[in-house]
Design a protein around this ligand. Structure first.
Ligand SMILES: Nc1ncnc2c1ncn2[C@@H]1O[C@H](COP(=O)(O)OP(=O)(O)OP(=O)(O)O)[C@@H](O)[C@H]1O
Ligand SMILES: N[C@@H](CCO)C(=O)O
Length: 321
């Protein structure tokens, strides 16, 4: 579930009065998502999404997230557009939480994406990377290589509860990534969480990207590595080369990777796998029993990490050079 904060109809109507959003007809909580509370609103002007930002989102980051959606949408990327209030602000407060109203994006996320969808995702990711150029606010990536050790230290002592030998294995992998992490690759605004549940399709056509709440400035090719992890593995843990080829070809049809970015893909993919392993491991160990949140399996990302560790060449991801 992702409705952590309840709202009343009276509070919501008062809150909406500050927007040119029409009159409230109905609203309901959206069960999907784990970070924030989301509601679907219907007003006399159509459908809207209301998001209440919960504890894990730093309110100081909200101008970056909301400003970025605005910047990207203005440059033609299909993503939700935050609605300004009549005083021009993109952010308000509801039930004691920072809150924003964003446009409703048509489409659904794909439970079983095929290679043709991976190609579309690669293309959209590259389009986002280009559209992000010139965005004035910056936000460092707290979940890049410098953030992994502090996160790991919170779980390390209990890691063997999840799988015997994990503490030593991850300590070694973390040290190797800290030593070898590339520093001189092209940077820009990255989505940093472009998983299937954050990409909407209508039929086979990509209709837009959502959930920019991990977006930040970092290596552009790291975002590609995150997508290889999130889109190109099968349920049995195997890497699907056809999907990898499609995703990379889609990306390069808009923004070709440099030779240095291509060569770094195996290492960046290891880093991306470790990043999602670590956040999932933390949540797995720390979420109290009975909490109404679906915990994601850290071992899925351990298996991906092990796969990347034996990759020697970007061609193994389907990169043609
Ligand atoms: N602009 C939008 N248009 C249509 N539906 C949306 C929009 N934004 C969010 N949703 C719906 O709300 C759900 C949760 O949104 P979102 O992924 O942003 O939440 P979250 O709590 O940040 O989740 P997580 O970080 O776990 O992906 C989405 O799966 C989608 O169903
Ligand atoms: N995409 C993340 C969840 C946070 O958005 C994961 O699968 O671990």
């Amino acid at each position: 579930m992702a409705v952590y904060t309840d709202i009343t109809e009276d509070d919501l109507s008062r809150f909406l009065a500050a927007y040119d959003a029409g009159t409230l007809l109905s609203y309901k909580g959206i069960a999907e998502g784990v970070e924030n509370s989301n509601f679907l609103l219907h007003t006399t002007k159509g459908a809207l999404i209301l998001t209440l930002y919960e504890k894990r989102v730093d309110p100081n980051d909200l101008p970056f997230f909301l400003g970025l959606m605005h910047h990207l949408a203005e440059r033609g990327l299909s993503c939700p557009l935050p609605l300004p209030r009549s005083d021009g602000a993109l952010l308000g407060e509801l039930s004691g939480r920072p809150a924003a109203v964003i446009s409703f994006l048509e489409g659904m996320w794909l439970r079983k994406p095929a290679a043709k969808h991976c190609r579309e995702v690669g293309r959209a990711l590259a389009e986002m990377h280009l559209a992000g150029e010139g965005f004035a606010i910056t936000r460092p990536n707290a979940l890049s290589v410098g953030g992994w050790r502090p996160l790991w230290e919170k779980s390390a002592a209990r890691a063997d509860e999840v799988e015997q030998g994990l503490e030593d294995e991850i300590a070694g992998e973390l040290a190797a990534l800290e030593t070898g992490w590339p520093k001189a690759l092209p940077t820009g605004v990255i989505h940093a969480d472009l998983f299937p549940d954050n990409v909407f399709f209508i039929g086979d056509e990509l209709s837009g990207l959502i959930d920019f709440y991990f977006a930040c400035n970092d290596l552009l090719a790291y975002d590609v590595a995150i997508c290889l992890n999130a889109w190109c593995f099968e349920k049995d843990g195997s890497f699907n080369l056809t999907k990898g080829m499609a995703l990379l070809a889609g990306y390069e049809s808009v923004r070709p990777l440099s030779d240095a970015e291509a060569a770094a893909l195996p290492l960046l993919s290891r880093g991306a796998a470790l990043r999602f392993f670590l956040t999932r491991l933390y949540d797995w160990l720390m979420t109290p029993p009975g909490a109404l949140v679906v915990k994601k399996d850290p071992l899925e990302y351990l298996r991906k990490s092990r796969f990347h560790r034996q990759v020697r060449n970007p061609a193994e991801y389907g990169l043609s050079r």
